[in-house]
Design a protein. Structure first.
Lengths: 92, 231
């Protein structure tokens, strides 16, 4: 997957997370970001990669997100591989 | 930095989603159920519409699904309709559905233009219906740019459509405020380096919007006061 497309998928994932305050709270707790970090870093590739890392911790989240935005279930994994730090999980 | 432009989302920001589609929904129910109030109630619930509060439930197919799926839900309670005839009927009513503005748009947008601000629309709807909706509200001419998901710049939450507006108008992204009611608007604003403004009065779950926004307003009627307050 191309880098730009991957960033879009990750941004969609952040948008999906932020639409559910409970899930957003879980994400912020798990990754240690506060609201200031979230605002400052929402457009940065490294941060977007961490959103996908979090999403992929639970298959139900992956399916919920992909169903909501009309993406195939493997899209988050492919997008993660195209973002910084994703090279080691590039199996294809 | 001084604001020089305002970029609006459409559905839920300029136009009231529940009111617009509630109007459509009540017309559909009146057509299909006639005088049968019990049937109207069953039909409403089958598509996640709550007549008492005039709101759609979060899982309602009207929010995200295609007319085929809405028709399939309704058909279970109806006789005398087929899927193709019902879908065609739903689409006819939808095309004619007037968009209900959140507030009177012409005075608000004219007031923003009078402050020297460029105005734009960035919607994930297609450009043609977006222009039709603005024209129907009598405000198309107040927008410097109308950008849809098919205008060639991608769709939100990617920053493409926002950056296209800024560059076409000749502004730096930081001089533009993106105003929207969904997290996708705010994520796109952050990625573009714009000022992210959330309008939350009609949001089902506004906490996530607040976390992503530089400014949180109830609705677009509060924009002039917010802009003037920035000094």
């Amino acid at each position: 997957m191309q880098r730009e497309m991957a960033e879009t998928v990750a941004a969609q994932a952040l948008g999906w997370l932020a639409g559910d305050s409970e899930l957003l709270g879980t994400f912020m707790g798990a990754t240690g970001v506060d609201a200031g970090d979230l605002r400052a870093r929402a457009g940065q590739p490294v941060f977007l990669a961490s959103v996908l890392d979090f999403l992929m911790m639970d298959d139900a989240w992956v399916m919920g997100f992909c169903d909501a935005v009309g993406l195939p279930y493997e899209a988050p994994m492919q997008a993660r591989a195209a973002l910084p730090g994703g090279e080691q999980v590039h199996w294809t | 930095m001084d604001l020089k432009g305002i970029l609006f989302d459409k559905d839920g920001t300029l136009f009231d989603f529940d009111a617009t589609w509630g109007l459509w929904c009540r017309q559909v129910l009146a057509d299909l159920a006639g005088e049968d109030a019990a049937l109207a109630d069953r039909l409403a619930r089958s598509i996640g519409y709550v007549p008492e509060t005039a709101q759609f439930l979060p899982g309602s197919p009207v929010l995200a699904d295609t007319p085929d799926i809405i028709a399939a839900r309704l058909l279970g309670h109806l006789t005398g309709w087929t899927a193709p005839t019902l879908v065609a009927h739903l689409n006819t009513l939808a095309a004619a559905a007037p968009q209900v503005p959140v507030v009177p748009l012409a005075p608000l947008l004219s007031g923003l233009r009078a402050r020297g601000l460029a105005l734009g629309l960035a919607t994930n709807d297609a450009e043609a219906p977006a222009r039709a909706h603005l024209a129907g509200a009598g405000v198309l001419g107040l927008f410097d740019r109308v950008i849809g998901s098919d205008s060639g710049f991608g769709g939100k939450p990617a920053p493409g459509p926002l950056l296209a507006f800024a560059s076409q108008i000749g502004l730096a992204p930081a001089q533009v405020a993106m105003v929207g009611d969904s997290a996708h608007d705010l994520v796109a604003a952050r990625a573009a380096g714009m000022v992210a403004v959330a309008v939350t009065a009609r949001a089902h779950d506004p906490a996530g919007l607040r976390a992503l926004a530089d400014a949180v307003l109830p609705d677009i009627a509060a924009l002039p006061g917010w802009i003037d307050g920035r000094g």
